[in-house]
Design a protein around this ligand. Structure first.
Ligand SMILES: [Zn+2]
Length: 258
């Protein structure tokens, strides 16, 4: 196997579910972290466990619509990967934003000039409250300069292209925005109806399956850990009821659970 093919295998996972095809795209090498680092002291385990985290974004061809769920960290790299799949960045019609951490949205921009939109013809679904927060000066007070610049540029470029989602709502034909707050303000999951069971992209609602096994464990680092726990229970319940194919940004590669 040549190097290119090997990299493609390692960095791209293709799937087909109920007539919707897609690809999980690796955006960074896996990371390993200690479980105990992510648990409050009273819940720390002996022995500790090493957990693996993938870093991904996701492409879907859903009812002939080209969709990205988040955009990774490097727009140039992800769009190059898409073109290997025969999808031009200009073909992407919808970007579903789960939240605005850098590893999810920095890839919305290309590295040219002041940063140009990687997906210039897309609409951008985002939580309405989060979008409003991005317009409040105080949101930027605590942010490092590079993030401030990223959000300001993004705001400017997608202002006329946002689909503001307020509560559970329809984004487009067969696509539902599911608020899933706690990990970050405005964090959301997206559900895609297919000819089979739905595809449910949970973003960062669970970073590793261990939190689905222990629904009463908070995650140190979540903005509102209690609320994130409630969201995690809700989304797992929903996935069980609908027998969804679950995709999570950081779940062990390729980040898909049935
Ligand atoms: Zn993340």
């Amino acid at each position: 196997m040549n190097q290119t093919a090997k990299n493609a295998d390692d960095n791209l996972h293709l799937f087909d579910h109920g007539g919707t095809t897609g690809a999980v795209i690796r955006i960074l090498p896996d990371a390993a972290r200690s479980l105990n680092e992510m648990l409050p002291e009273e819940l720390q385990q002996t022995p500790d466990q090493k957990l693996r985290f993938a870093y991904t974004c996701c492409y879907l061809n859903h009812r002939d619509c080209h969709i990205m769920i988040d955009a990774g960290i490097d727009g140039d790299e992800v769009t190059a990967t898409l073109s290997e799949l025969g999808v031009a960045a200009g073909d992407i019609e919808l970007v579903c934003i789960t939240h605005v951490d850098r590893d999810h949205v920095a890839g919305l921009l290309l590295q040219i000039g002041d940063g140009e939109l990687a997906y210039p013809n897309a609409k951008y679904a985002i939580d309405a409250g989060l979008w409003a927060d991005l317009h409040k000066p105080e949101t930027y007070d605590s942010l490092p300069k590079h993030l401030r610049r990223l959000f300001e540029r993004l705001k400017e470029l997608i202002e006329d292209r946002v689909i503001l989602c307020d509560g559970e709502s329809k984004v487009a034909d067969g696509i539902t925005f599911v608020p899933c707050p706690g990990h970050r303000p405005g964090h959301a999951a997206y559900e895609f109806a297919t000819d089979d069971t739905p595809i449910l992209h949970i973003g960062d609602a669970a970073l590793n399956p261990v939190w689905f096994e222990h629904l009463d464990w908070p995650v140190v680092g979540d903005t509102l850990p209690e609320q994130a726990m409630e969201s995690r229970k809700m989304i797992l319940e929903r996935a069980k009821e609908t027998e969804a194919l679950v995709i999570g940004t950081h779940l062990p590669w390729p980040g898909i659970m049935l």
